[in-house]
Unconditional design. Structure first.
Length: 315
């Protein structure tokens, strides 16, 4: 009788251990919220995030705000996460300061991507991941200096919703160009619609006939600027702060002289990786800054460059 009782107790203990082990290995639920205002960039981030989720066998829930959507849409997405049992969040914020209080209330680990750490998130752990905007601005500035005479003027075409990364790129570029007597006229777009952007840039170019080049800070500005240059038959070139698929086509046509790789695929992959580690209670670097790379027609088809621009197509 005692033997049977001991056997039952042993069986119960084994079942408890097995069930405890099962509960501790539950599938993590990681959410990613992206901005739709730079579609090529966000899509590449999402590809990287999906690759990390598949490799690490976690559930990935993703939401992308529609192009031109207000910050309130991202806030609504954040509110819904508490009900979804989300373990950690990866977010590319439209305007980080305006959703910071929402992230605090959520009280889960947050991996902020493509935004500078302007303030801390009190609830849960957090990390920041982006491509170095200072180095990006430096590469853009030197691309202009190589081709322009002192005293030249360029246009800086800024997106409708400008974040801290773009402003740091712009400020760095302007400081270096000023030292070389190259002047910058800033244009902040009123729209994210490609046709409207094209008209805005065309009008600006007609009003400023001495513009020699354009600094474009997203793919919409590249496309609108390239179409305006082609339509007006201007001898103007573009330096782009990103190397999206759209940008590559204009590199091949010679309208874009230089594009800077921001590594969005790596940002998505590493952002999810950081979120997973934080959800497990592991330490991650508070700030991870990736190095940008300069792309021209001469090195566009180098294998390592191709892999960074098309990481989900090139083996």
């Amino acid at each position: 009788m005692r033997y049977r009782l001991s056997a039952y107790i042993a069986l119960i203990i084994v079942l408890f251990i097995v069930l405890s082990g099962c509960s501790s290995t539950k599938t993590l639920n990681i959410a990613i919220i992206l901005s739709g205002d730079s579609q090529d960039f966000s899509n590449s981030i999402l590809q990287g995030a999906k690759a990390a989720a598949e490799e690490m066998d976690i559930k990935l829930t993703y939401k992308i705000t529609a192009k031109g959507t207000s910050i309130s849409k991202q806030a609504m997405f954040i509110d819904s996460l508490a009900e979804d049992g989300t373990d950690a969040l990866v977010i590319y914020p439209l305007e980080y300061q305006k959703i910071n209080h929402k992230l605090k209330e959520l009280n889960i680990p947050v991996a902020v991507i493509n935004s500078l750490p302007t303030s801390e998130i009190n609830g849960g752990k957090n990390s920041y991941l982006y491509t170095d905007p200072t180095e990006t601005g430096e590469l853009m500035a030197h691309s202009f200096i190589e081709k322009l005479d002192r005293g030249s003027q360029i246009a800086a075409i800024l997106p409708n919703m400008t974040n801290s990364i773009v402003m740091k790129q712009l400020d760095t570029m302007k400081d270096i160009l000023a030292e070389n007597n190259i002047y910058v006229a800033e244009v902040t777009l009123d729209s994210e619609d490609t046709l409207t952007v094209h008209k805005e840039i065309s009008t600006f170019m007609m009003e400023h006939p001495y513009i020699k080049a354009i600094a474009a800070f997203d793919s919409t500005a590249v496309e609108g600027g390239a179409e305006a240059i082609s339509q007006q038959d201007k001898d103007i070139f573009i330096v782009s702060a990103d190397a999206s698929i759209t940008t590559v086509s204009y590199l091949e046509k010679g309208i874009v002289h230089t594009a800077i790789i921001q590594s969005p695929f790596s940002i998505g992959y590493l952002g999810v990786q950081n979120a997973i580690k934080m959800a497990k209670g592991e330490d991650v670097p508070h700030i991870t800054s990736l190095r940008p790379r300069r792309v021209t027609l001469e090195n566009l088809f180098d294998p390592d460059i191709e892999k960074q621009i098309f990481p989900f197509q090139v083996p």
